[in-house]
Design a protein around this ligand. Structure first.
Ligand SMILES: Nc1ncnc2c1ncn2[C@@H]1O[C@H](COP(=O)(O)OP(=O)(O)OP(=O)(O)O)[C@@H](O)[C@H]1O
Length: 453
């Protein structure tokens, strides 16, 4: 897109002036020789036009193949460890070679037409020059034309034909630019599915009383909904845990609570206000989420923590780290809070990343904390320490915890058992042991594993 804009400004806009100016000046130098221009310009324009038409499909293909090579390369770089672990190097090499061969094929085809394009325009221009010399030369000999005028005419001729070639060559780039423009437009016209409310509700003091009422949600294009008629309540000052087998919809449920996904039916309410009626900024301050895969940005530890609260001072950062049991390892880092973390948190371990993400959300001081499997990479002792420090720190805020381990959730005031997107049972650990077969099964499987170990 940048290239076509530049060439349009630099060439397409100037070409008509140069072309027309050249013709006018040439005719003024010598009218009879201008007959050559009358033939050369249309012939040149037509031939070049036809060549460009030839290039259009190839240019379009080229853009697609460039895409394919980029896609394969990106996948291979991201998945390099998996490729090595499964010794798929050779297959991947072949996949890359295949994408590259396609690109090379169309590149060569296009290169050939382009080379022909250059040669043809030069040929037309030279034939025209020979014709001018033949006509004009006679007239110079006969004394009807000055030698200087003939040379000047030749210059104007070259200028005019050059302008025609240049002007038309911009169209050569048009097909690729059109493909690119299409993609940019696709992004620009995408409407966010999470809309800002027209008249947002304002609540003076949020308490964080979270309620889900008959929530149904399905991912776009999926045949069956992931969540079906889920109703539950998470009260301030209490811990509500969600447990269920893999794929039962726990992460989806958490995302619906934070309004990162919009419900299809039912409603999510905080302090009685439908989250769709709450301004998105208010909601993001109200609800703090530690996602399943905590993401850290390239930057220092402090930068990452301040993502939760840009105004936090050092003492607040250290306090949050203490609560998240992260202070010790941050202190041990070469530059403490100013240690640079690699992109995506690549230079810290999974457990360290989780603890930094917990510290980050603590700094934001939301009223509702959503922990999506946020303790999974911590050993038992660290998890217990984090959980008890958290409980003291966040006091009467609402806590929703998704976990796989029963030990993480057994003390929660309310445990919700999610099965295939439905609430199968709700209660305390003891109640569920007596009433929910699924819960008893989960507990049993973990005990067995524990005992066997
Ligand atoms: N972005 C998505 N698009 C389409 N389907 C999705 C998407 N994310 C999740 N799903 C589907 O929704 C279902 C529930 O996924 P979800 O991640 O909520 O489960 P979960 O209970 O958190 O699982 P886990 O314990 O493995 O993290 C799965 O069947 C999954 O295939």
């Amino acid at each position: 897109m940048q290239l076509i804009l530049y060439t349009t400004l630099a060439m397409l806009l100037t070409a008509p002036f140069v072309g027309i100016g050249g013709i006018v000046l040439a005719v003024r130098q010598d009218a009879p020789s201008s007959l050559v221009l009358l033939v050369a310009v249309p012939v040149g324009a037509l031939t070049i036009g036809l060549l460009i038409r030839q290039m259009v499909p190839a240019s379009r293909l080229l853009q697609r193949f460039v895409d394919a090579v980029n896609r394969v390369m990106r996948e291979q770089i991201t998945g390099i460890r998996v490729i090595r672990a499964f010794v798929r190097d050779e297959n991947e090499r072949l996949r890359f070679a295949e994408a590259n061969t396609d690109l090379m094929g169309v590149g060569i085809r296009l290169g050939r037409v382009q080379a022909f394009f250059g040669a043809t325009s030069l040929f037309i221009s030279n034939v025209a020059a020979v014709a001018v010399l033949a006509i004009g030369g006679h007239r110079v000999v006969e004394g009807g034309l000055q030698l200087g005028s003939l040379i000047a005419f030749l210059t104007y001729l070259t200028l005019t034909l050059g302008a025609v070639t240049q002007g038309l060559s911009v169209f050569m780039m048009a097909p690729r630019a059109k493909v690119s423009a299409g993609r940019i437009t696709e992004v620009l016209v995408t409407e966010p599915s999470i809309a800002e409310p027209a008249t947002p509700v304002t609540v003076e003091h949020w308490r964080g009383d979270l309620e889900l009422d008959g929530v149904t949600f399905g991912y776009p294009g999926a045949e069956v909904p992931v969540l079906r008629g889920v109703s539950l309540a998470a009260r301030p000052g209490r811990t509500t845990a969600i447990i269920g087998s893999t794929g039962s919809g726990k992460t989806t449920l958490i995302n619906v609570m934070a309004r990162l996904l919009e419900v299809d039916e039912g409603a999510v309410r905080i302090d009685g206000a439908d989250v769709r009626e709450v301004a998105r900024r208010d909601l993001s301050e109200l609800v703090g989420l530690v996602p399943q895969r905590a993401y850290l940005f390239a930057g220092t530890v402090a930068d990452n923590l301040r993502y939760g609260n840009p105004a936090a001072d050092e003492a607040q950062l250290w306090h949050a780290l203490e609560v998240a049991q992260a202070a010790e390892f941050v202190r041990a880092m070469p530059e403490g809070l100013d240690t640079v973390i690699g992109q995506g948190g690549s230079t810290v371990s999974g457990g360290q990343r989780q603890r930094l993400a917990i510290a980050r959300v603590l700094l934001a001081r939301p009223r509702v904390y959503l922990f999506d499997d946020a303790f999974s990479a911590l050993d038992n002792a660290t998890e217990v320490a984090v959980r008890s420090a958290l409980a003291r720190e966040i006091g009467d805020a609402t806590q929703v915890i998704v976990a796989q381990r029963v030990s993480t959730i057994r003390a929660a005031e309310t445990i919700v058992v999610l099965e295939a997107g439905r609430v199968e049972a709700t209660g305390t650990h003891e109640e569920l042991l007596a009433t929910s077969a699924t819960y008893a099964q989960i507990v049993d499987s973990q005990l067995t594993v524990g005992e066997a170990a």
